[in-house]
Write a protein that binds this ligand. Sequence first.
Ligand code: COI
Length: 353
Amino acid sequence: MEFKIERAKQLKEKPVETKLGFGRHFSDHMLVIDYTEGIGWHDGRIIPYGPIEMDPACMVLHYAQETFEGLKAYRHTDGSIALFRPEINAQRLIKSNERLCMPPVPVDLFLKGIEELVKYEQDWVPKEPRTSLYIRPFCFATESGVGLHPAKKYKFVVILSPVGDYYPEGVNPVKIWVEDEYVRAVKGGTGFAKCGGNYAASIAAQVKAEQNGYTQVLWLDGVHRKYVEEVGTMNVMFLINDTVVTTPLEGSILPGVTRDSIITLLKDWRVTVEERHLSIDELMEAGRTGALKEAFGTGTAAVISPIGELHYKDETVIINDFKTGKLTKKLYDTLTGIQWGRVEDPYHWVKIL
Ligand code: COI
């Protein structure tokens, strides 16, 4: 598919790169592709960033057939621009769409759309340390009607946002609230899919955590309320003695691209990784005895985020004196080194545009 291009009449002023924060600024253009049952994906276009007109009965507004992705474009020191494993995002979007009865966006179309949009908007890829261009592809039902059935019309849209750190803490440890009232997902539900509904359901606990002075929520499994699942914006890993323990992919957590990359790095470094159920009791006990050496989250937005404190019911454990651990730092430096082109990429994860 060839994309039509409509250039914005007026380009925006670029934000100050040292003060980007996360997801507050958007580039001049966006990609939009329509889907109609019986025709497929059609009318791909790069157009000025702006409002999308919707019928009030638009099905996504009522039954939330919506999925999304998150990846980044990185500016290398030679000026080139790199994507990180974008084909994994493409494949994950297909799985998310399948779960929500939405048509798949073919991998090639996803990649072409993102590559062309990022190249068109290349001036928006920031250069300052720890900044990147966050790419947010999303799909939603556009058919009008309030009967419940899979829609026959959709849009695939990609918007771009220059970003710095996700958390106000930057690369310093965050405080995590272990949620014991609400649950995020159950097996058989949509936990593995990247859909807005999962995030909507998580907001009440997020607000509770923030009211108590915590940055994020650590979810426990929805059946036993016992096993560690993931944090609202990232997967989690715990260094217990000399083993990294992380939740297995069994349908209720997001299969993170960063999670997969970190497991690969750890295994190459001969660090034992256990993808297994980890009860909150075992985790808190490891915190009490000092067996819990380090903890960190992994995600595209969050990158590698050290966890310095866990709060569960009435107990708080501090991890590694609330300092970033050695392994966490090495993982952060290696992963971001590969992404920003400062470290060799033996895995061919980086795709230069
Ligand atoms: C990402 O890490 O890309 C996400 O989609 C998480 C989101 C809450 C910012």
